[in-house]
Design a binder for this molecule. Structure first.
Ligand SMILES: Cc1ncc(COP(=O)(O)O)c(C=O)c1O
Length: 401
């Protein structure tokens, strides 16, 4: 057996089969490139589902992590530490908000947003105890906890994990009328992704997001934007909502906030909303730890230059122009997306998304399929135009083979 086959067989023997990875075993990575255990190089067009917006081994982020590793890595929130205040201040400023509640993974941040909205509903809005409702969208992806899968519409994510957490109302994504009709005096929040990533990079109809903002404001309902995948530069702006000039009541952030180095997530909102928490009511041992704060502070500093957003916008225009040329030829049925982020619906006759991904892997390009024959393209924002073009050439070769 090859080194790759041995590594995969060993992983399969001793790990739960909750993922179906492509048969590549990565050993090292740099920028937009990964190298496997046999020395083959691959262009990374997934970027850890946008956790690697700044590329693999980004020097600034690695240096920030190394420096912090030598100082202090974990205190727990039982004590203050000297990176925490800066992290909260800087992240709040990046979001144009006041208050930060740090967690680790995306799902934990979404759970935090759900708990915040419910508590706000009872304490501030005056919803009767146990009656709070949160409106979510069909085809959402917000994570994998029991509460979050309770309001998933994906049978794979949901089946056999009940009993499900009540208190969620699902309406079609992009349908403002349905959202308006679902709203009652007990609605405390609307939780949506401004671009639905896992669903296939779905951008809602123009006017939908401003409409949600207006409706939630009118009805005293919190607008929670899950920007875990869409935020922090991916779409060509700091937040996907920026494209529509919309500011939510709460951002939920993760993935790229940890710079591809450590898991860092957060809920960012106003002092009024996050002010509902009292000591002991919510928390996490690792949330807001010194190493996480040091890396995230560097991420925030990098985003404040605007340089990465601009790269994503410029290279994104190029990516969508090139992908657009593939539609009409029969191989590609549709292309969606924003910035350096695209969902490409390949004609089912050419194979499943998985099969296309495997063929691309053989050509030295790593992508991930999602539902049916859709592949998702989301390179690190630091990718060069030449490398992106090289990857697009491989895609064209696979689609025309
Ligand atoms: C929009 C969105 N929300 C939440 C999550 C969950 O994040 P995590 O996997 O870090 O729990 C994801 C992950 O893909 C996501 O895309």
């Amino acid at each position: 057996m090859s080194t790759t086959e041995t590594a995969i067989a060993s992983a399969e023997a001793h790990s739960a089969h909750n993922y179906h990875p492509l048969p590549v075993v990565v050993a090292t990575a740099d920028g937009a490139w990964m190298t496997d255990v046999e020395g083959r190089r691959y262009l990374d067009l997934l970027a850890g589902y946008s956790a690697l917006n700044f590329g693999h081994g980004n020097r600034r982020l690695i240096d920030a992590a190394k420096a912090q590793l030598e100082r202090v890595t974990l205190t727990s929130r039982a004590f203050h530490h000297d990176r925490f205040a800066d992290f909260c201040t800087e992240l709040a400023a990046l979001c144009g908000m006041e208050t930060v509640l740090p967690m680790n993974t995306g799902a934990e941040a979404v759970e935090t947003a759900v708990k915040t909205a419910r508590k706000w509903g009872y304490r501030v809005k005056g919803v009767p105890d146990g009656m709070a409702k949160i409106i979510v969208a069909s085809d959402n992806f917000h994570g994998r906890t029991t509460t979050i899968v309770s309001f998933s519409t994906d049978p794979e994510a949901r089946a056999d994990f009940g009993p499900y957490t009540p208190g969620f109302e699902i309406v079609p994504y992009g349908d403002l009328t349905a959202m308006r009709e679902a709203m009652t005096e007990n609605t405390v929040a609307v939780l949506i992704e401004p671009v639905q990533g896992e669903a296939g990079v779905l951008v809602p109809p123009a006017g939908y997001l401003p409409g949600v903002r207006e409706l939630t404001r009118e009805r005293n309902v919190l607008f929670i934007a899950d920007e875990i995948q869409s935020g922090l530069g991916r779409t060509g702006k700091t937040f996907a909502l920026d494209h529509e000039g919309v500011v939510p009541d709460m951002y939920v952030l993760g993935k790229a906030l940890g710079g591809g180095v450590v898991p860092v997530s957060a809920v960012v909102s106003s002092a009024d909303v996050l002010g509902v928490f009292r000591p002991g009511e919510h928390g996490s041992t690792f949330g807001g730890n010194p190493l996480a704060c040091a890396v995230a502070l560097e991420v925030i500093a990098m985003l404040r230059t605007g340089e990465y957003q601009q790269r994503a916008a410029e290279l994104g225009d190029h990516l969508h122009r090139e992908l657009g040329l593939l539609t009409g030829g029969g191989a590609v049925e549709a292309v969606r997306g924003r910035g350096l982020w695209a969902g490409v619906d390949v004609a089912p006759a050419l194979g499943t998304g998985r099969e296309i991904s495997e063929k691309l892997m053989e050509q030295g390009v790593l992508v991930k399929d999602t539902h049916g024959s859709t592949i998702r393209i989301a390179p690190p924002l630091v990718i060069s135009k030449e490398d992106l073009d090289w990857g697009l050439d491989r895609l064209r070769a696979v689609l025309s083979a």
